[in-house]
Design a protein around this ligand. Structure first.
Ligand code: NAP
Ligand code: ZN
Ligand code: ZN
Length: 380
């Protein structure tokens, strides 16, 4: 285990086979080049997630070894593992909203120390040298970003495994500092839902006086409301679930359009600078485009598996724009976490045990969560 520094600043249990120390209940076993951990994996598009023991690489000089404490359940985990976006790599250990504590750091790690609370989001590697990586947009790396799960790992065949697990090893470049003021379980969803909504709101210059629409009040949507409100924008929620109206107001929205009702958009036409569309299923976007001001932008962040129908005149009239956005780069993710730390922004969560993941996925699909499931990974 050359290059690892271990200290006793967190409750630890020394591993019998290596110098790594894991948190209580941690399974850390080493052979020459790997260590094993427990996670939950799906093995096919239709199968349930099951307990799965697998190997993590032994931390190298630039790696941070993290004991996972909490991991959010993002709707993308379900789309991906069920093959809705194309063939998945199996076994699939999902999870990219990861909060944990550092248990060991490689020799060259500068920004992190043992015991520190940290986060890992949607990707864990990139080339670091292409123009987009150099601009801090590793999420769009020209050589292809390594996602936290479901990307080919070093050997080109083994998939990366995500945060529905007890341990993870990540190059320090892709590890985030988590403000101490934030509840760690509530902060986990910020690592995907937070940055995915923060980035387009920032890119569109949302601030005081802006009018923002949020389509879909789910995991992404509820954080989008909090973020847009924290930037000083006036926020309207477009939702097909009328029972969420009171929550929309509590989260910071000043208006609510119940989209299942005929005429729901009548009072909203031509009003919005930006609309962030977080809907996970096929839906109409032409009505929402009509709600934009001249030159306004609808940003798709939701990833419905089927194509959406676009009427050309929804854009032509009013010189409107449609855009997409994929999470955000590492510098912007850190900026988002710091912003959330300053403004006390976390996710509304329902904590579950790992054995409840399959039920939580079904409930997510039914819209039966307010507003994010977070897995308590401390016993994995
Ligand atoms: P979620 O918690 O399930 O929320 C999705 C929301 O969409 C629901 O709460 C619901 O809101 C609305 N919705 C669902 N089915 C609908 C239907 N048939 N018609 C109209 N509205 C419907 O999901 P999430 O975790 O927030 O993720 C949302 C989407 O973003 C997913 O597709 C996910 O893969 C994607 N995503 C993309 C990125 C990125 O980088 N671009 C990152 C993360 C996630 P109402 O009940 O309010 O209508
Ligand atoms: Zn996600
Ligand atoms: Zn790159």
């Amino acid at each position: 285990m050359g290059g690892l520094e271990n200290t006793d600043r967190v409750p630890t249990r020394k591993c019998g086979r290596c110098s790594t120390r894991g948190g209580s209940g941690t399974l850390v076993r080493m052979n020459e080049s790997r260590m094993t951990t427990l996670g939950f994996a799906s093995h096919s598009p239709t199968g349930a997630l099951e307990p799965f023991q697998f190997a993590r690489r032994v931390p190298g000089d630039r790696d941070v070894h993290i004991r996972v404490e909490y991991c959010g359940i993002c709707h993308s985990d379900i789309h991906y593992a069920r093959g809705e976006w194309g063939p998945a790599m199996y076994p699939c250990v999902p999870g990219h909203e990861i909060i944990g504590r550092v248990v060991a750091t490689g020799r060259d790690v500068k920004r992190f120390r043992t015991g520190q609370r940290v986060g890992v989001g949607c990707f864990v590697d990139s080339c670091r040298v292409c123009p987009t990586c150099e601009a801090g947009e590793e999420n769009h790396c020209e050589a292809g970003v390594s996602m936290t799960y479901g990307s080919p790992d070093g050997d080109g065949r083994t998939p990366t495994f995500g945060g529905y697990s007890g341990q993870i090893v990540v190059d320090e470049h892709f590890v985030l500092e988590v403000p101490k003021s934030l509840d760690p379980a509530g902060a986990a969803p910020l690592l995907c839902a937070g940055i995915t909504t923060y980035s387009p709101l920032r890119a569109l210059g949302i601030g005081p006086g802006s009018r923002v629409g949020v389509m879909g009040l789910g995991g992404l949507g509820h954080i989008a409301i909090r973020l847009a409100a924290s930037f000083g924008a006036e926020v309207t929620v477009f939702s097909h679930s009328p029972e969420k109206e009171a929550d929309a107001a509590r989260l910071g929205a000043s208006a609510f359009a119940a989209t299942h009702q005929p005429g729901a958009l009548d009072g909203h036409l031509g009003r919005y600078d930006a609309i962030v569309d977080t809907i996970s299923a096929t839906h109409d976007i032409n009505g929402a485009l009509g709600c934009l001001k001249t030159g306004g932008t609808l940003v798709l962040v939701g990833g419905p598996p089927e194509p959406l129908a676009l009427a050309a005149f929804s854009l032509i009239a009013g010189r409107r724009k449609i855009a997409g956005s994929l999470v955000g780069g590492i510098p912007e993710t850190q900026e988002m976490l710091d912003h959330c730390g300053k403004h006390g922004i976390t996710s509304d969560i329902e904590m579950i045990a790992p054995g409840q993941i399959n039920e939580a996925w079904e409930r997510t699909l039914r819209g039966d969560v307010r507003y994010r499931f977070v897995i308590d990974c401390r016993d994995l």
